[in-house]
Design a protein around this ligand. Structure first.
Ligand code: NAP
Length: 182
């Protein structure tokens, strides 16, 4: 069971504008049945984690409906409203404790760090990030929410073109996928 950070990014390494807009991304051409696209990836996922900005973006974008069937942890120090029927757990617990709870809930499937970049970095800091998947859109933003604001050494293990996107899959160096200990 591996922990993946799967995200789209601008070419200059931002996952959202400074105003938390994804308009530069949602207009791009991608084949959802094509290589390294989200639907196939999502089938392997048993639990999700995201920061509160990402959660609030999802809630705005989906107009209050919840988009995911898997149990989801939202990191926040605030009390956030959760849609009725959604398995969303708002927490400020330590990352290793969140990871352990996700591991238990995922029933053998993989874990997905949705974002933002600093949440992925916190998992990497704890030695709990196995892979980084990035779909690079053909756009530069000049600033915004960073892809992964840490020094992290990675091995490139897969690459693909999916229409407008350059897709890379990287293994976090020094950590073997599937390990559960920090
Ligand atoms: N391009 C893509 O595919 C993609 C993917 C994911 C996200 N995004 C976008 O990227 C942007 C990311 O925003 P962001 O950088 O602000 O990051 P974020 O990770 O979504 O949210 C950060 C917030 O989460 C809370 N948080 C983070 N770590 C925590 C911890 N350990 N314990 C408790 N709370 C914690 C804090 O807020 P509070 O405590 O104040 O609640 C923090 O300010 C969003 O606009 C999102 O929509 C894009």
């Amino acid at each position: 069971m591996a922990t993946h950070y799967f995200t789209a990014s601008s070419l200059d390494g931002y996952i959202a504008t400074t105003e938390h807009s994804l308009d530069w991304l949602l207009t791009q051409d991608i084949d959802m049945e094509g290589p390294m696209a989200y639907p196939a990836f999502e089938k392997s996922i048993g639990a999700l984690v995201m920061g509160s900005s990402t959660y609030e973006w999802v809630m705005r974008h989906e107009e209050g409906r919840w988009a995911y069937e898997q149990p989801t942890w939202v990191l926040s120090h605030r009390e956030l409203a959760v849609p009725t029927g959604a398995d969303v757990r708002v927490t400020s617990a330590a990352i290793p404790d969140v990871h352990a709870a996700m591991h238990e809930a995922a029933e053998g499937k993989d874990l997905w760090v949705v974002g933002g970049g600093d949440v992925a970095a916190q998992f990497a800091d704890a030695g709990l990030l196995d892979e980084v998947w990035v779909q690079y859109a053909p756009v530069t933003l000049g600033g915004g929410a960073p892809l992964l604001p840490r020094r992290l050494d990675l091995d490139l293990i897969e690459v693909a073109r999916n229409r407008s996107f350059l897709c890379g899959r990287y293994r976090v160096a020094g950590r073997s996928a599937g390990s559960t200990a920090p």
